[in-house]
Design a protein around this ligand. Structure first.
Ligand code: NAD
Length: 259
């Protein structure tokens, strides 16, 4: 980072692939990793957001490329991982974060198509990303992966059975891979954000403005989290400072789900 020499450059030799990096938590993580010296593969289905993230990083002197992909499609995931390695010469860390927040509704009225859409984007995409990232990392001698789950990965979110199931599933995939690949020097962890002030959350609150105070009231700290606060936890989990941490599901939620 040319403009900010005082910031530690502990990711200087690392390439990080970040999904959903065109907005919210993914964008905050992409910016943070780049400031710490990483080369960042910015992956998103939305061109505008992805390009904006790359522009922000480059404006600060960092290194990033945008790769457009629908991560629920295996051929697109495979291509993004291959292009990341081709452009940057490696893949050391991955933050599988892209996701959608569906409209709440009664369980017994949930359409199969809506169930399948949420599972495809929130769970199948994480499976596909991990599969192709791990293939590369096995050949390269190791790596570190962080997946985004949610408080809904630990506890049920009523009226959101599809979202709840997808995020419980992300924690399951995280733990399986952590066990399977521990001896191959691949660490796999999950971050579980609480209510966080991102465009996803803003879209929800635009439909139900009354929910803002109610949601903040459910957080013991009395406020929503900021995307940068989630990004800091992801950076630490990816870093060598977390070298003995794998299979962990880290809540970053102002003490919301602990018991
Ligand atoms: N914001 C919260 O309160 C909160 C709480 C818990 C968990 N999360 C999780 O955090 C993650 C990031 O959420 P956010 O709040 O930053 O949301 P966001 O909507 O701001 O960002 C999500 C990004 O994912 C991208 N995306 C969606 N579908 C995609 C696909 N098929 N392929 C590629 N990219 C796709 C979107 O284009 C968007 O840029 C999600 O997995 C979400 O479930 C968010």
């Amino acid at each position: 980072m040319k403009n900010l020499p005082q910031i530690p450059q502990d990711f200087q030799d690392k390439t990080v692939l970040i999904t959903g990096a065109g907005s919210g938590i993914g964008q905050a993580a992409a910016t943070l990793f780049a400031r710490r010296g990483a080369r960042v593969a910015v992956v998103d289905i939305q061109t505008e957001g992805g390009r904006e993230t790359v522009a922000r990083i480059r404006a600060e002197g960092g290194t990033a490329e945008f790769f457009e992909a629908d991560l629920s499609r295996e051929e697109q995931v495979e291509s993004v991982v291959a292009r990341t390695v081709a452009v940057f010469g490696g893949l050391h860390c991955a933050f599988n974060n892209a996701g959608i927040s569906p409209r709440p509704g009664p369980f017994h009225e949930l359409a199969l198509t809506e169930w399948e859409r949420v599972i495809a984007v929130n769970l199948t995409s994480v499976f596909l990303c991990m599969k192709h990232e791990i293939r590369h990392m096995l050949g390269a001698g190791g790596g570190s992966i962080v997946n985004t789950a949610s408080g809904a990965g630990f506890v049920p979110a009523p009226f959101l059975p599809h979202y709840t199931a997808s995020k419980h599933g992300v924690l399951g995939l995280t733990k399986v891979a952590a066990k399977e690949y521990a001896r191959h020097h691949i660490r796999v962890n999950a971050v579980c954000p609480g209510v966080t002030a991102t465009p996803m959350m803003e879209a929800t609150l635009a439909q139900r403005p009354d929910m803002k105070e109610m949601l903040a009231g459910t957080v013991p700290m009395g406020r929503m989290g900021e995307p940068a606060e989630i990004a800091e936890a992801v950076l630490w989990l990816c870093s060598d400072a977390a070298s003995f941490v794998s299979g962990e599901s880290m809540a970053v939620d102002g003490a919301s789900v602990c018991r």
